[in-house]
Design a protein around this ligand. Structure first.
Ligand SMILES: CC(C)(COP(=O)(O)OP(=O)(O)OC[C@H]1O[C@@H](n2cnc3c(N)ncnc32)[C@H](O)[C@@H]1OP(=O)(O)O)[C@@H](O)C(=O)NCCC(=O)NCCS
Length: 130
């Protein structure tokens, strides 16, 4: 077994500025689940910032950074309905890549304040993975 981790920290103010100035095409970054979860919430930008941090933390954990054809909106967060615990939900190339890597389990944790949002991703790899 091998453990990989990735962590990221985002400025909520910078994210807000980018969103308000329409610099970001939100649906190319966030999944519809993430946009729905955050929509209408008092701390919408914090939730989105934490989700953005999760995408970057995931890319660090798999070791590619941006690239490998993985789009940010292929890396999503879904909260468990009762507990609120976040889970990573992957699609497309992101999903294919973790399968190739031999990832057998993934966990993510988010935290945010009005200034900063952070995410930590942990991946458990089968030793047979490449
Ligand atoms: C989980 C908890 C410790 C969060 O701590 P906090 O200091 O208030 O807030 P933080 O910014 O550090 O963390 C918020 C993140 O915790 C995560 N979280 C929420 N519930 C969680 C849980 N049961 N387990 C793990 N992570 C959880 C979420 O990702 C949330 O961010 P998001 O809403 O953007 O997805 C706190 O909300 C708590 O004790 N919850 C207990 C479960 C609960 O009452 N749930 C209510 C559901 S209605």
């Amino acid at each position: 077994m091998e453990i990989r981790t990735g962590i990221d920290l985002q400025s909520v103010a910078k994210m807000e500025k980018k969103i308000l100035s329409n610099l970001l095409q939100l649906d190319s970054i966030f999944t519809s689940q993430e946009l729905t979860y955050s929509a209408g919430k008092k701390r919408r930008i914090e939730h989105l910032s934490a989700r953005f941090a999760a995408k970057e933390a995931f890319l660090k954990a798999i070791g590619t950074g941006m690239g490998k054809g993985i789009e940010l909106n292929e890396i999503g967060i879904r909260n468990e309905p009762l507990s609120g615990k976040p889970r990573l939900e992957l699609q497309g190339n992101a999903l294919m890549y973790v399968k190739q890597l031999g990832v057998i389990s993934m966990d993510v944790s988010l935290s945010h304040t009005d200034e900063l949002a952070t995410a930590h991703v942990v991946l458990l790899l089968d030793r047979e993975g490449k």
